[in-house]
Design a protein around this ligand. Structure first.
Ligand code: 5GP
Length: 115
């Protein structure tokens, strides 16, 4: 049996978050340790542990997650200035929560390459 993660508890309403968007399929909330003026996490309500597992998922679910993130970024006023979507996967990707999440980072000029 897989362990419950922090974001399972967020979905269950057990951990309060600063929610910016929610619909039937996704939840978006502000990161507790923001790395940019806008730093929002987008998670699917249907649990997936890692980006690497997306290949086994319903493409509709994957599409809803990515389209949802684009919608949230737009609602946050980032469309014109631009932003970055980050998905950390596994140990080398420094994924710390084993529940897939898209980071939306924006509100300042971001640098490349990332660390
Ligand atoms: P990862 O490193 O797995 O890609 O991203 C996990 C993110 O979750 C981190 O950016 C971290 O700051 C954020 N985070 C960790 N604990 C909490 C929390 O309790 N609330 C919120 N809103 N974000 C959290």
């Amino acid at each position: 049996m897989s362990e419950l993660t922090l974001f399972d508890r967020v979905i269950a309403g057990e951990i309060p978050v600063d929610k910016v968007y929610e619909d039937e399929h996704i939840l978006a909330f502000r990161d507790i340790n923001p790395q940019a003026p806008v730093h929002v996490l987008v998670i699917p309500k249907q649990k997936v542990r890692r980006f690497a597992e997306l290949s086994e998922q319903d493409p509709l679910m994957v599409g809803r997650l990515f389209q949802g993130a684009a919608h949230v970024a737009h609602e946050l006023g980032l469309t014109e200035s631009g932003y970055r979507i980050v998905v950390n996967n596994g140990e080398h990707g420094q994924q710390t929560v084993e529940y897939i999440h898209l980071h939306i980072l924006g509100g300042r000029q971001l640098n490349w390459p990332p660390g």
